[in-house]
Ligand binder design. Structure first.
Ligand SMILES: Cc1cc2nc3c(=O)[nH]c(=O)nc-3n(C[C@H](O)[C@H](O)[C@H](O)COP(=O)(O)OP(=O)(O)OC[C@H]3O[C@@H](n4cnc5c(N)ncnc54)[C@H](O)[C@@H]3O)c2cc1C
Length: 521
């Protein structure tokens, strides 16, 4: 369905079983779960699918080595099993990524070695490889740019890696295939109540400013770091649940980490883990943990955070990236649940995600991680169906193949579209301009823009360059240069004029400039 058809469908549906607010990992996972159980499901997203934290992750499908160090075995166990399920259900989007953990003190070798062996074992039958202790020379062979000074050896272990925004788009397509309706650029601006019970939402179409009242038997607030704003709409007296914390990554070229192994630094100056990972022929390095005063949909990396990542890169890899070598810097915000807020009334505090029911019946779900989105969704739909007296239906997502499921090996970057890659190649073959790259320094071709508009609800140049393709993250300056070409391709598909193209290029340039590190940094 295109946007017009979706809007008509919304107006023709008198009442939904479940309305989900927010199209990140959490909301999209819930839409897949609810629709595949047969509930009449609508998801509305204020900006674009995965515009928030869900396109700004480290790109790991992981159990969380950090949680293991904290002794949170049950959380790691659950996440490792979800890692295995996701790999099975979306093999075109998740791949096995070997990691090298360097040891600069002799006693670190048995310490990391035994911890990571436990990590491998906890995955059980869904495991993806056993960890092993390696010599100094093997560590340098697998990760040639590791800092060699005082290096004693290392440990190799395995985790999954994925493309976060592509998984989000895949979940959107999967939910639609199971009968859900999903619309982006459609913020919730009000909530409907019947005698103080939640009864639906009011949304405003960002393209036309048209408002719609949508009635629902249940409403789920899955707006990530923005859950408190929705809770306020429900009850202005509600206490804030969250304190956002920011994490940033820099992206540099592969010469900083050649080979196919990631590097994991188990303990930075502030006691966190730091990753350097090959991703889409670049290297992603991060992250940080900076408390922020408020939630931001387009957060910016602080100078101090960039310096933190650069100084650790210099310490553990052989070279410090210069500002002009940073292809992109991106920031994302974690929803951390505050002690003493309304989480005290939490109905279910399941491992690391939080579910709270307001007196009106509004469900809020937040926390967790990308890796555990499926489990969170199962928990959320189990609880909302009970709470809203929907007919009980079992969850079917543990083995549900996601849209595009394919085990075809990598030929090129179109692999991330899975079984859709063939259709994109057909589009490319039908028109010279669609077969051409959108920029000489980017792998993407015009056919992907056409595909994104026709089949993935892309509405803006940013939707295409930031989340249907990953141009913004792999090379922000090149993505700005590609914006005019993308705008032209989109305008011809959507029937827009030159003024629309110019406005799109200006808006995109303004956003993408924030991903470029100034030469003076
Ligand atoms: C720096 C960092 C690195 C991470 N790395 C990893 C990793 O490697 N692996 C992993 O498993 N997890 C990782 N995570 C965690 C993971 O990214 C998050 O748990 C997940 O993305 C949260 O998804 P969400 O849907 O809850 O929130 P979001 O993705 O923020 O989605 C919320 C959505 O709600 C929308 N919204 C807000 N207000 C409204 C409204 N009024 N109406 C409609 N929609 C609205 C927003 O636009 C947004 O799209 C990382 C997190 C951070 C911060």
């Amino acid at each position: 369905m295109n946007r017009q058809q979706l809007l008509e469908h919304i107006q023709l549906t008198p009442v939904w079983d479940i309305v989900v607010i927010g199209g990140g990992a959490t909301g999209l996972g819930i839409a897949v779960d609810a629709a595949s159980r047969g509930y009449k499901t609508l998801l509305v997203e204020a900006h674009d699918f995965a515009k928030g934290t869900s396109s700004r992750a480290t790109k790991l499908v992981h159990g969380g080595v950090r949680y293991l160090a904290q002794g949170n075995i049950s959380l790691v166990y659950e996440a490792l099993h979800e890692r295995g399920r996701l790999r099975r259900n979306a093999p075109h989007l998740v791949r096995v990524m070997p990691h090298v953990v360097p040891a600069y003190r002799w006693f670190d070798l048995p310490f990391y070695g035994s911890g990571l062996l436990l990590y491998s074992l906890l995955a059980g039958r869904l495991g993806i490889g056993f960890s092993r202790i390696i010599s100094r020379s093997e560590a340098l062979k697998l990760a040639p740019t590791l800092q060699p000074k005082a290096l004693k050896g290392g440990v190799v272990y395995y985790d999954g890696q994925f493309d976060d925004a592509r998984l989000a788009i895949t979940l959107m397509r999967t939910a639609m295939a199971h009968g859900a309706t999903l619309v982006n650029h459609m913020p919730v601006v009000g909530l409907l109540h019947d005698q103080s019970r939640i009864a639906g939402v009011t949304v405003a179409d960002s393209e036309t400013q048209q408002r719609y009242d949508i009635r629902a038997k249940s409403v789920i607030n899955a707006t990530g770091v923005f859950v408190d704003a929705i809770r306020q709409l429900d009850n202005p007296q509600s206490k804030p649940l969250l304190a956002p914390s920011q994490g940033i990554h820099i992206v540099v070229d592969r010469s900083f980490l050649p080979g196919d192994h990631a590097v994991m630094i188990p303990k930075t100056a502030d006691g966190r883990v730091l990753f350097a990972l090959p991703w889409h022929d670049c290297v992603v390095i991060g992250t940080t943990d900076t408390p922020m005063p408020h939630a931001d949909i387009e957060p910016r990396a602080l100078d101090s955070e960039i310096e933190f990542v650069l100084s650790h890169t210099e310490k553990y890899l052989t070279r410090r990236p210069q500002p002009h070598e940073i292809l992109s810097v991106f920031a994302g915000q974690r929803p951390l649940v505050k002690a003493g807020g309304d989480a005290g009334n939490t109905k279910a505090l399941s491992r690391d995600h939080t579910i709270v029911f307001a007196d009106s019946g509004l469900m809020t779900i937040t926390g967790g991680k990308w890796t555990t989105y499926r489990h969170m969704a199962e928990d959320a739909v189990n609880q909302i169906s009970k709470h809203s007296q929907l007919p009980v239906r079992p969850c079917v997502t543990t083995e549900l193949r996601l849209h595009g499921w394919s085990t075809q090996p990598d030929v090129d970057h179109l692999q991330m579209y899975g079984s859709d890659a063939a259709a994109i190649r057909t589009i490319a073959a039908s028109h010279d301009a669609w077969a051409a790259p959108i920029h000489p320094d980017l792998p993407y071709i015009g056919a992907e823009v056409i595909w994104a508009v026709r089949h993935e609800l892309a509405r803006t140049v940013e939707d295409v360059l930031a989340r249907r393709t990953r141009a913004l993250l792999i090379n922000a300056p090149a993505s700005i240069e590609a914006a005019a070409t993308v705008a032209q391709l989109m305008a011809s598909e959507l029937g827009y004029d030159a003024a629309w193209e110019a406005a799109q290029v200006a808006a995109y340039t303004q956003i993408a400039t924030g991903y470029i590190v100034p030469a003076s940094a």
